[in-house]
Design a protein around this ligand. Structure first.
Ligand SMILES: [Mg+2]
Length: 130
């Protein structure tokens, strides 16, 4: 299990830059135009903006689910290509997660290391089966 944590730590080290990059790209393409006004207009403005981002992340998960549900999609791992629809939807999820994390100030890498350490230490899904 030490290898798992070491691998997660290696990934975690890359995530802060990836978060900043995803957020900067979203700003550059004006993905959330008007968000400064929303944040300033209401005490819950930032919560609304976070919720919108999370909804978009969920929509990407739904798109990935649709790909999995599609009987025409070969789910054999050997069939995966970096540019197939399922792979791209999973990448969309990651991009949205990185951007959301940066928006909220979450150090996703540190959280991932903490969560992995808990899991390796025996924590299992809060007592549920899966
Ligand atoms: Mg998508």
């Amino acid at each position: 299990m030490g290898d798992v944590l070491r691998d997660i730590e290696a990934l975690a080290a890359l995530l802060p830059a990836a978060q900043r990059g995803a957020h900067a790209y979203a700003k550059k393409i004006d993905l959330f135009s008007g968000s400064d006004e929303v944040a300033a207009a209401h005490p819950s403005g930032r919560a609304y903006l976070a919720a919108a981002r999370l909804a978009l992340l969920q929509s990407e998960a739904a798109e990935a689910l649709q790909e999995i549900r599609d009987r025409a999609v070969d789910l054999d791992p050997a069939a995966r290509r970096p540019d197939d629809a399922l792979s791209l939807e999973l990448a969309d999820i990651m991009i949205r997660l990185l951007e959301l994390s940066e928006f909220l100030g979450v150090d996703l890498g540190a959280a991932l290391v903490a969560k992995t350490a808990d899991t390796v230490g025996g924590y299992r899904h809060g007592g549920v089966r899966f």
